[in-house]
Design a protein around this ligand. Structure first.
Ligand code: BEZ
Length: 264
């Protein structure tokens, strides 16, 4: 079903299958300990979880006694998060309807899906109370570089520009610090953190195949079925010597950008 509330909720064409995400993307919330520690949620604080996905992490934040509202642009994710009994609203991060409302805005693994960072930061700034904090983690410069390079090379013969189609945003610390400051934030810390990430393997497919089918279906699904299978197999073969160990365990070359900023 098409999202009703946002003009362009899914600019990347990435389709969020909540069942597949729950099965294959669980590590996204599990590996968020560092950014949650940086947030240090306090009981009674009003916190916005921006790009809350299926609410796995939102639920953890709410368990601290903080008053948490989740927001996501995907209607399927909003439904999945609401099914946990959470308060979740359906908005695009570039056009949040809140003003002077939150003690903290938190975001994990969501901001790299949106290229219009200026609008996101303007929207977050407006949502925060004065001096309130914006704590987030997203993919940073060099994130999944090997995977992106393989897709770019192997989809080019089909006339697909994988980078443009995925439309991801993986900024450097200097670039994002500048954007934060231009939007009216003071930056307390901003760090690029390489985080090689083991990919779960399922009974049906290896870790890389599962990852590509979960997170790059918006790109691969542009191909007819036969070409899709060939391109998928070729991508996996090209990445195998780099990202797969001798036991068949795959690791993705994730790089996180983690920051703590406050509304100046
Ligand atoms: C990330 O968390 O960095 C990410 C996840 C899926 C696709 C692209 C990036």
């Amino acid at each position: 079903m098409k999202d009703q509330l946002t003009p362009s909720p899914n600019p990347t064409g990435q389709q969020w299958n909540t069942a597949a995400y729950a099965a294959n993307g669980r590590f996204v919330a599990t590996l968020a300990t560092g950014v949650v520690e940086l947030l240090a949620p306090q009981s009674g604080e009003h916190i916005l979880d921006l790009g809350c996905g299926d609410g796995a992490l939102t639920e953890q934040l709410a368990a601290t006694g903080a008053i948490v509202i989740g927001v996501d642009a995907s209607s399927t994710m909003v439904a999945a998060a609401r099914a946990r009994g959470l308060r979740v609203e359906h908005h695009n991060a570039t056009a949040l309807p809140y003003e002077n409302q939150f003690d903290a805005v938190f975001s994990n693994a969501a901001l790299h899906w949106i290229r219009d960072a200026e609008s996101v930061l303007k929207s977050v700034h407006r949502a925060l109370k004065p001096n309130a904090r914006f704590i987030a983690e997203l993919g940073g410069q060099g994130n999944i570089a090997a995977i992106r390079t393989a897709l770019q090379a192997l989809l080019a013969p089909y006339g697909i520009d994988a980078e443009e189609t995925a439309a991801s945003f993986f900024p450097s610390p200097a670039q994002y610090k500048r954007l934060l400051e231009q939007a009216g934030f003071a930056v307390q810390s901003i760090d690029l953190i390489p985080r090689p990430t083991p990919l779960p393997q399922t009974r049906q497919s290896n870790g890389m195949e599962t990852w590509l089918n979960t997170f790059r279906n918006g790109v691969l699904d542009l191909l007819p079925a036969e070409d899709r299978s060939k391109a998928l197999a070729a991508t996996i073969a090209l990445l195998h010597p780099i990202l797969c160990d001798t036991e068949g365990n795959w690791t993705a070359d994730y790089v996180r950008l983690r920051f703590h900023a406050t509304r100046a």
